[in-house]
Design a protein around this ligand. Structure first.
Ligand SMILES: *[C@@H]1O[C@H](CO)[C@@H](O)[C@H](O)[C@H]1NC(C)=O
Ligand SMILES: *[C@@H]1O[C@H](CO)[C@@H](O)[C@H](O)[C@H]1NC(C)=O
Ligand SMILES: *[C@@H]1O[C@H](CO)[C@@H](O)[C@H](O)[C@H]1NC(C)=O
Length: 551
């Protein structure tokens, strides 16, 4: 008798497949569950601001026009080997000429607010060494007025990485205390010219990231560092980041004092700062790694926020740093403490933290980060991959992984450490891994970006339900742009930008955000059809019924 083994084989295959599937689900269970979550605008408090964000050098282009001077980023990007593909911000998204179309696009999305930054080199091309450039003022006035006409709140960052190269050449930029007066002059110029209409101000974007990238790793201008962190022509990675942060905190505090004394009472409005805020989880359950996770938060987030609330650097930093950590005089403590109306969080990812006090670990497993055993890193090594398994889905930025729970965790951390000071999520966004397939999907059907935002928003909504005072959320970014050293290859946009025609092309996520903002659930919609990128405002004329052609 001939035995037919086929059904048996099939059963075996099915069993082993389902075991395999189960193993994957168990590993990724928490993230997968979160990624399936839906979220509604109605879960957020009344008056909560939803927006999109950009920054001047990343979108404006027009670098030689209307009196703008050369910036530190112009010089850096034009130096061979600094930026991926040799990309520069010369053209960027040509937002300088297309701002009005871009504001129409934002209006069609239905955002409440637009976070953008002022180009220092456009408004004060020579800083305090020269005059205000009226063309620079005019440009931002046009943006502000066009936003207000469409009911969009301007949320203005005064300084987002780019500054006149002359300030770098003359006295060393942020490494010198002299820059404080220059920054205050810029801030005052902004308050005077735009303060009658701008009600939300951010002094400086990510002082902690700038200190790290520009003065410790040496991968942002002015590219200063020392071994083992990197091989720069000059710098001191152990000390300079601390000095730069100190100058940025004092500059922030002085600008806020000026705003509060001369503008806030008359014109209303609030002013704060933005930090880069990763979340960290202990690599193992052992006590040292748990301490490392809490220490690295203090060394990154507390470094920026503690002084502005308490007037002091975190006790953790004071404990592990020697005299190289600057101190505030008692007058400076008065000035710097309580000098922010809100805390801005740029949040993208969560990493594992491993202790480097009780074991040597500047390299472990597949990751190496020279310098993890130094005080400037808090004696902590961080990684997104452990035992061959990533903490979350990888993205287009090597250190960014998709870990939605991290949003709730970081907001909860900031809430507890700073007695629930008002917060804004000033950036959150997703860029796909660089494989051709992923980039193709990103253009046509960026479902991963949609899942990312839904899951991070659901996580944020949980934090708010648990009492966190969060007042707004900005997607990075409105459109694909110049992503610093990654150039144009890393794409965070809700819109893609055709690099030849400069046309803005809505991705599926743009449509999702629009529907989210109009409180239409993705789950209520009919299945998608392909999305032709044709209509003038970027959306098809027949979307009004809410059962749109794409999700
Ligand atoms: C610095 O240069 C040395 C010698 O060329 C090299 O071995 C080392 O990997 C470099 N370090 C970094 C961080 O790039
Ligand atoms: C900040 O303000 C609070 C409440 O007014 C006060 O108790 C605290 O001492 C202030 N902190 C600093 C550093 O000025
Ligand atoms: C938003 O959705 C919720 C839940 O479906 C609903 O109760 C609420 O009325 C909606 N709000 C608007 C403005 O559509």
């Amino acid at each position: 008798m001939k035995v037919n083994y086929f059904p048996l084989l099939l059963v075996l295959v099915v069993i082993s497949l389902s075991n395999f599937a189960k193993a994957i689900v168990e590993r990724e269970g928490k993230n997968a569950e979160e990624l399936a979550e839906d979220v509604k605008r109605s879960q957020f408090p009344d008056g909560f601001l939803f927006g999109v964000a950009t920054s001047s050098y990343q979108v404006e282009g027009a670098v030689h026009e209307d009196g703008r001077s050369r910036s530190n980023w112009d010089v850096f990007a034009h130096t061979k080997g600094n930026v991926n593909n040799g990309d520069t911000g010369d053209m960027a998204d040509d937002h300088y000429h297309r701002y009005s179309e871009d504001i129409e696009i934002m209006h069609s999305l239905g955002v409440d607010a637009y976070r953008f930054s002022i180009s220092w080199e456009r408004v004060l091309p020579r800083g305090k060494f020269g005059d205000i450039n009226p063309a620079g003022i005019l440009f931002y006035n046009k943006i502000i007025d066009n936003l207000l006409i469409r009911g969009i709140e301007p949320f203005v960052t005064i300084h987002h990485h780019d500054l006149p190269q002359e300030l770098e050449d003359t006295y060393g930029g942020w490494l010198s205390p002299l820059i404080q007066d220059d920054f205050i002059h810029l801030a005052e110029t902004c308050f005077k010219n735009f303060g009658d209409r701008v009600k939300y101000w951010i002094t400086i974007n990510e002082p902690n990231l700038v200190s790290e990238m520009a003065y410790e790793r040496g991968t942002y201008p002015p590219a200063r560092c020392s071994p083992p962190f990197g091989n720069c022509s000059a710098g001191n990675s152990d000390v300079e980041p601390l000095i730069v942060m100190h100058h940025m905190l004092l500059a922030h505090a002085k600008a806020v004092k000026l705003y509060r004394e001369q503008f806030q009472k008359k014109k209303g409005g609030i002013i704060g700062i933005v930090a880069n805020t990763f979340m960290y989880e202990p690599l193992t359950d052992n006590e040292h790694d748990r301490e490392a996770a809490s220490r690295v938060l203090a060394f990154n987030v507390g470094w920026c926020f503690d002084p502005l609330v308490f007037g002091e650097y975190p006790p953790e930093m004071r404990h592990y740093h020697g005299n190289e950590l600057p101190t505030f005089t008692s007058e400076e403590k008065q000035l710097v403490g309580n000098s922010t109306d809100f805390l801005g969080l740029n949040h993208y990812t969560t990493l594992y933290a491993k202790d480097c006090i009780h074991s040597s670990c500047s390299c472990f497993l597949s990751s190496c980060f020279p310098g993890a055993d130094r005080a400037i890193r808090g004696f902590v090594s961080t990684t997104g991959i452990w035992d061959g398994v990533a903490i979350g889905d990888p993205t287009g930025v090597s250190r960014f992984f998709v870990v939605p729970r991290g949003m709730e965790e970081i907001v909860d951390y900031v809430k507890k450490r700073y007695h629930n000071k008002p917060m804004f999520i000033t950036e959150n966004g997703y860029s796909p891994p660089k494989s051709q397939e992923e980039q193709f999907d990103d253009l046509l059907h960026d479902i991963k970006r949609i899942e990312f935002h839904k899951a991070y928003l659901a996580s944020l909504a949980r934090a708010i339900r648990n009492g966190a005072d969060v007042r707004g959320y900005f997607i990075w970014s409105l459109m694909d742009d110049f992503e610093w050293v990654n150039g144009y290859d890393v794409k965070f946009g809700l819109y893609s930008v055709d690099r030849t025609t400069m046309n803005r092309i809505p991705k599926s996520s743009a449509k999702w955000y629009r529907d989210f903002l109009h409180n239409i659930s993705l789950n209520d919609q009919k299945p998608r059809i392909a999305f032709p990128f044709t209509s003038a405002d970027g959306f098809l004329p027949n979307v009004e019924d809410g059962t749109a052609e794409m999700a």
